[in-house]
Design a binder for this molecule. Structure first.
Ligand code: PLP
Length: 373
């Protein structure tokens, strides 16, 4: 009999798919983690031109093309006033691979990784795959992660903690003060802060800041992606940035696991990053309008929901049996416990659907609520 590694046996395939299947084909899907907009035309053209010119046929540099890394660096400078050396960027197969190589390069077997609970499902799985011990921590009532909770959870065995703002599944945005605290904790305790900023541009209120701006040591690495910002989830293009020595270690994992991000996707990403940013503004405006429709609707139903200030998720508290009832009635939402033990009693609602569909789903949720309460 073939044996499997202990690391992989600790990970299971995400249960979210099963929810989609249970709801049937005609279901309204509020379970998806991707924007419902097309990839901007100029991004698609970037790839098409590169393919036609024969520029997408070969391996690129392991880190990605210089012009893509310059484009990523340029966006940080332009949008956030951050100075990122293009040599300290690795283009990856989405934010997912960036998280993976960050964990592999920094976590030894048995070391602990602290992350938000409820939190993005990959943090727990990637910690196991790196041989580490997941240390999920509960959130504040507004679903942000309290730096004090992270600091209390740090032990001699802690390798890293993950910050995710705006957050999946919560839509919560950490304050600049929190980000400054996360940087201080990374500095003072000499642990790595992995800041997952794939939703950085989808913010309605407050301001997105990065712990990288505040850290005095090199104990912060930042994960970014085109996936959500430019509605490019299928292109699989993200990146990780940090100090040169950290990038060099992550590159060792990337070089052997991936070689380089897909060349055509790199060209599309470069065009998205250097081209007009209006599609991003339009998408964010539309998400904000939908968020407001959703929050009003949940309030009318009688469901409490911390106001999500970014991303495209809301996480209301729901009565027992609500999620199953909603799914039985043909609307897919994801049970909070899919994102960690402290997610129990909540549901994640993705509002990456048009307003009409959202209103239809709200009416179903209202009926489901009446049926279970
Ligand atoms: N980080 C968070 C918080 C996410 O929600 C996701 C995708 O859902 C990712 C990272 C991975 O994104 P990508 O599609 O770029 O791999």
């Amino acid at each position: 009999m073939t044996e499997f590694s202990r690391r992989v046996e600790q990970v299971s395939i995400s249960g979210i798919r099963e929810v989609f299947e249970a709801a049937g084909e005609d279901a309204i899907n509020l379970g998806l983690g991707q924007p419902d907009f097309p990839t901007p035309e100029h991004a698609r053209e970037g790839a098409i031109e590169a393919i036609r010119a024969g520029e997408a046929d070969e391996y690129t540099s392991n880190k990605g093309t210089e012009s893509l890394r310059e484009a990523i660096s340029h966006r940080y400078a332009e949008d956030r006033g951050m100075e990122i050396d293009p040599n300290d960027v690795i283009a990856t197969a989405g934010g997912s691979e960036a998280l993976h190589i960050a964990m592999e390069a920094h976590v030894d077997p048995g070391q602990e990784v602290i992350f938000p609970d409820p939190g993005f499902v990959a943090y727990d799985a990637l910690t196991h795959i790196a041989g580490g011990e997941p240390k999920p921590v509960p959130l504040r009532e507004d679903l942000t992660m309290d730096p004090a909770t992270v600091e209390d959870a740090i032990t001699d065995d802690t390798a890293a903690f993950v910050v995710n703002s705006p957050g999946n599944p919560t839509g919560a945005v950490q304050s600049p003060e929190d980000m400054r605290e996360f940087a201080r904790i990374a500095d003072e305790h000499d642990v790595l802060c992995i800041s997952d900023e794939v939703y950085e541009h989808i913010v309605f209120e407050g301001e997105h800041r990065s712990p990288l701006e505040f850290a005095e040591s090199d104990n912060v690495v930042v994960v970014g992606a085109c996936s959500k910002t430019y509605s490019m989830t299928g292109w699989r293009l993200g990146w990780v940035t940090g100090s040169s020595r950290r990038v060099e270690r992550m590159l060792r994992v990337h070089q052997y696991g991936q070689a380089c991000a897909t060349a055509a996707a790199q060209h599309a990403a470069e065009a998205a990053l250097t081209g007009p940013q209006d599609p991003v503004d339009e998408m964010v405006e539309s998400f904000e309008e939908r968020r407001d429709v959703l929050l009003d609707g949940l309030d009318d139903i009688g469901l409490d929901c911390p106001t999500p200030r970014g991303a495209f998720y809301a996480m209301p508290e729901v009565p027992e049996g609500f999620v199953d009832e909603v799914i039985d009635r043909g609307v897919v939402v994801v049970p909070g416990e899919a994102f960690g033990e402290h997610g129990e009693g909540y549901a994640r609602i993705s509002y990456a659907v048009n307003v009409e569909t959202l209103k239809e789903a709200l009416s179903v949720m209202g009926d489901a609520y009446d049926a279970v309460s």
